[in-house]
Design a protein around this ligand. Structure first.
Ligand SMILES: [Zn+2]
Length: 88
């Protein structure tokens, strides 16, 4: 087992030497990983029924044109961390 691991480490080292990555390539690789993780989070949030939410009333009033006044809710789901707004 230890030999296998040592061999793998050696192979990884050789691979990394054979294909040296630039800083930009590494950053792009990490961005791809982040993207994948966000997609996973989105799937979990889409499948959540958001039964456990915190709703905070918000307003923007006193505008010169009262038609611009707005009342809305800031909503956070405690189960999946999704955040969104809804008009009141
Ligand atoms: Zn949710």
């Amino acid at each position: 087992m230890r030999i296998k691991r040592a061999l793998k480490t050696e192979m990884d080292l050789e691979n990394s030497l054979a294909r040296p990555k630039t800083r930009l390539q590494r950053v792009r690789a990490y961005e791809k990983e982040i993207d994948k993780i966000y997609k996973k989070i989105n799937i979990l949030q889409e499948r959540c029924n958001h039964k456990n939410t915190l709703r905070k009333p918000k307003s923007n009033t006193g505008n010169w044109d009262p038609n611009d006044d707005r009342y809305w809710w800031e909503i956070d789901c405690m189960d999946c961390k999704k955040h969104w707004q809804e008009d009141q």
